[in-house]
Design a protein around this ligand. Structure first.
Ligand SMILES: [Zn+2]
Ligand SMILES: [Zn+2]
Length: 357
């Protein structure tokens, strides 16, 4: 049974704690309702897909280990696990860096950066489309013969560590930041200020960023503005997952040569992106206005209920999944994706935007 059956409720409890703490400290603005619901629903969308996507990644990894694994490892030795975790995090640095610096992979990762808030709900705004390529970046572990079960566990540890760093309630952490990813240096990663772009890719350890020249400290004199330069401007978590693939397809379709088409897919992101395009005015943090649309009290209830229903349906799928065929699993998830997309688009329906009765 999926460990997420137990992990998801813990995530929700921690979000409730962070929200309460934020309000208590007079920072209730850290959570905006629409953005939070979109983040949570995007997290649910990602899980509905990754129940199958994760199985695909594990399947591909296990084939690599079986075919190419050079050594056998003693899984009862704790140092084998530590070594696997460090090597996994090194590979994660590169998969994450590729997610920012290769347009096709950015199409998958951009959803995580599409929130203009930064809180524990943002952490759940994960991609639903990364499963088809990410496994290939862990080739070094497979080549060394790191067993699949160790790979699965260290991958989960790496992911879970990254949850707590999505908060504005923890300040600077001194020397710890030189070695570990912390809320401060991950805030920089989510920033769209000039100094934040393409910085701090680490998962658990920030040493990779120090080594490869992508580290930046949070600046006390410049407020971090979260999000991407070309904002999503939508509350639809399914659209957030696919929109940049469509941008790439449009660019490829209008490209004049194969060389240009290739550059649009595998070159650095352009067109809709976090990068400043030539001719655009410079980024001014003080002028930034986050995306927000008016919504009725009814829509507030509908939004909250959508997350509750989605979570219950996901929990049910975690339990049922071992007994379902691939087709049944696909159908179940497809229905949920349509549901979340519908709710996301409902925020922009004129009737649902009436704030007075
Ligand atoms: Zn990122
Ligand atoms: Zn993040």
């Amino acid at each position: 049974m999926s460990p997420y059956l137990y992990i998801v409720p813990v995530f929700f409890v921690l979000i409730a704690i962070e929200y309460s703490l934020a309000r208590w400290r007079g920072r209730g603005d850290l959570y905006r309702f629409q953005d939070t619901v979109t983040s949570l629903n995007a997290g649910l969308v990602s899980q509905f897909i990754n129940i199958m996507g994760g199985a695909f990644s594990v399947f591909m990894y296990s084939i690599l280990v079986a075919q190419l694994g050079l050594f056998t490892w003693d899984a009862s030795n704790v140092w084998v696990w530590v070594f696997a975790l460090v090597l996994y995090d090194f590979c994660y640095y590169w998969v994450h860096r590729a997610g920012h610096e290769v347009n096709l992979f950015w199409a998958s990762h951009v959803i995580h950066h599409s929130s203009e808030d930064f809180n524990l709900a943002t952490a759940l705004r994960q991609s639903a489309t990364g499963f088809y390529f990410k496994w290939a970046f862990y080739f070094p572990l497979a080549l060394l013969g790191i067993p699949t079960k160790i790979f699965i566990v260290v991958a989960l540890i790496d992911l879970l560590y990254q949850y707590w760093v999505h908060t504005q309630l923890v300040g600077r952490m001194g020397i710890f930041e030189r070695f570990m990813v912390t809320p401060s240096n991950h805030r920089v990663h989510h920033g769209q200020n000039d100094y934040c772009i393409d910085k701090n890719y680490g998962g658990i350890f920030s040493i990779w960023d120090q080594l490869f020249g992508t580290y930046a400290d949070e600046r006390p004199d410049e407020k971090v503005i979260y999000g991407v330069r070309k904002p999503l401007r939508s509350w639809d978590p399914v659209w957030a997952n696919i929109q940049h693939y469509l941008v790439i397809a449009r660019f490829v379709g209008s490209a004049c040569s194969w060389r240009e088409k290739f550059a649009h897919v595998f070159g650095p992101p352009r067109g809709s992106l976090h990068l400043q395009s030539v001719g655009e005015p410079p980024f001014r943090a003080a002028e930034f206005v986050p995306f927000a649309t008016p919504y009725s009290p009814t829509m507030k209830i509908v939004g909250a209920i959508s997350t509750v229903i989605g979570t219950m349906m996901l929990m049910t799928l975690y339990v049922l999944e071992p007994t379902l065929s691939l087709l049944e699993n696909l159908a179940y998830s497809a229905v949920m994706l349509i549901f979340f997309s519908f709710i996301g688009r409902l925020w922009l329906h004129p009737k649902m935007m009436e704030t007075t009765r």
